[in-house]
Write a protein that binds this ligand. Structure first.
Ligand code: LLP
Length: 442
């Protein structure tokens, strides 16, 4: 479990050290900012491993559980190495994510390839590299996959991604399981897909069904509804086609606590609901326990990460807000401007005091919407102070851009008072390295 204060989950090793500075993984955050410069993503290895262990303990009672980390939350070789070491497989959604796990040396049979518009080249690569499962999203992909597999004289192992028709209370942009979603087969289309696999697409072998209802979910009952639908479908398909599907993948989605109003369930509570429902369905329909795949992303990596920024200009609007600007913003963390996401932060080089002022943390990018935190109480600030924004491990670096032609920040891994660079900061030369001036313009 991560440290859950009333404000936000923080890395387990986060504390104030004898110099009065914040430290994570035994590394003083002010030293890290000096050594690696800011903005800087920091990942606490201890927290990441401990969350992985929590997931494994929580699902021990259902031994047929397989954990697949959703790479889209944060994909790089060092993080992949740690998750592989903790026994996780990987849910990937692009050739880039597949290549990252491949280059890290992961056993590719533990990888699932997912997505609503996988290209010919991506499917081709997935088959060549021996990806364990492909979650097929639509009829077009089913036909394409069969052609590619046939040309290689291979049988590909698939799941069918279905839209379970469940609405969850999260931001509409991160809901995926509702009926009018772009992801997966509608429940009314499954039979046709199964019929095609059994009777026409000889190079495709179906193992089970896959769904994902959304992200940053707080209500665990949604997972129970999802299991009910998936198991009923498996039973129905057996009755209709005589096909024994023994895998269900319920996706990811468990939420995290960004701010005090967020109330995510613990992984233990979620596991309890999921396992109880699954056991109930297994008994009710008298079936062999299926293999249960989970694909958590955010809840695995988000609390392990923080972002450090240096405070620059401050501006008091007469009769308005006090803006405090940092050296990053919407390009390294697009979540506040995209989803009105909220974050909590503290100053790394100042002890908490009772004398606080209310400020708005603004990013450095040229958009009025580039505000990282709308309202935050902080001790009196000075230029050069280091701001530590919590819970930024997921969907920050992975969604970062070079907007305003700003290089992407570096990422360090901290543990036992040691820091290691795991993603190099982009340089200005990196930025122009893809540019080409055609000869006729020279
Ligand atoms: N499996 C599937 C099929 C997914 O589509 C996703 C996330 C996951 C697993 C992992 O879900 P998680 O455990 O991380 O909630 N960019 C958005 C989140 C988009 C999530 C998309 N799918 C954000 O920053 O909130």
């Amino acid at each position: 479990m991560t440290q859950s204060t009333n404000q936000s989950q923080k890395p387990l090793t986060c504390k104030t050290n004898s110099f009065g500075n914040l430290e994570i993984g035994g590394c003083d955050l002010v030293d890290l900012a000096q050594k690696y410069s800011t903005p800087l993503y920091v990942i606490d290895e201890n927290t990441l491993r401990s969350i992985c262990k929590d997931y494994k303990h929580a699902f021990e009672k259902y031994p047929k559980t397989k954990m697949m980390y959703a790479s889209k939350a944060l994909s790089n070789c060092a993080v992949t190495k740690i998750l592989d070491d903790e026994g996780f497989g990987f849910d990937t959604v692009s050739s880039g994510e597949i290549y990252t796990v491949y280059k890290t040396g992961v056993d590719m049979s533990k990888v699932l390839f997912n997505g609503n518009n996988k290209s010919f080249d991506e499917l081709d690569m997935a088959i060549d590299l021996g990806v364990g499962r492909i979650s097929v999203d639509n009829f077009f992909e089913l036909a394409l996959l069969n052609v590619i597999a046939q040309s290689k004289d291979k049988i590909v192992d698939v799941l069918l991604r279905i839209t379970p028709g469940i609405e969850c209370h999260t931001h509409e942009y991160i809901q995926t399981g509702h009926l009018d979603s772009k992801f997966g087969f509608d429940l009314t289309q499954i039979d046709e897909a199964v019929d095609l696999i059994l009777n026409e697409y000889k190079n495709i072998k179906l193992h089970g069904l896959h769904a994902h209802v959304g992200s940053q979910i707080f209500e665990t009952s949604i997972f129970s509804d999802e299991i009910e639908i998936l198991v009923k479908e498996i039973v129905r398909l057996d009755e209709k086609f005589g096909i024994k599907l023994d895998e269900i993948n319920i996706g990811g989605g468990l939420g995290v606590k960004y701010v005090d109003t967020d109330c995510p369930a613990s992984v233990y509570d979620a596991a309890q609901v999921i396992i109880t429902k699954l056991d109930e369905m297994i008994k009710k329909y008298d079936i062999e326990p299926p293999i249960l795949f989970l694909e958590p992303g955010r809840s695995i990596i988000s609390p392990a990460g923080v972002t450090l920024y240096t405070i620059g200009s401050t501006k008091q609007v007469p009769h308005g807000k006090k803006y405090v600007s940092v050296d990053g913003g919407m390009a390294d963390n697009p979540r506040p401007s995209m989803y009105q996401a909220e974050y909590f932060a503290q100053i790394a080089n100042k002890k908490e005091t009772n004398i606080k002022e209310k400020v708005t943390i603004a990013g450095r990018f040229c958009e009025s919407g580039d505000v990282l935190i709308k309202e935050l109480e902080l001790p009196e600030l000075e230029q050069g102070d280091i701001l530590c924004v919590y819970n930024t491990g997921a969907y920050n670096y992975s969604m970062a851009s070079n907007y305003n032609r700003v290089p992407k920040p570096a990422m360090v891994l901290v543990n036992n008072s040691r820091s290691d660079l795991i993603v190099r900061r982009e340089s200005l030369d990196d930025l122009v390295s893809h540019d080409i001036i055609p000869d006729r313009l020279k």
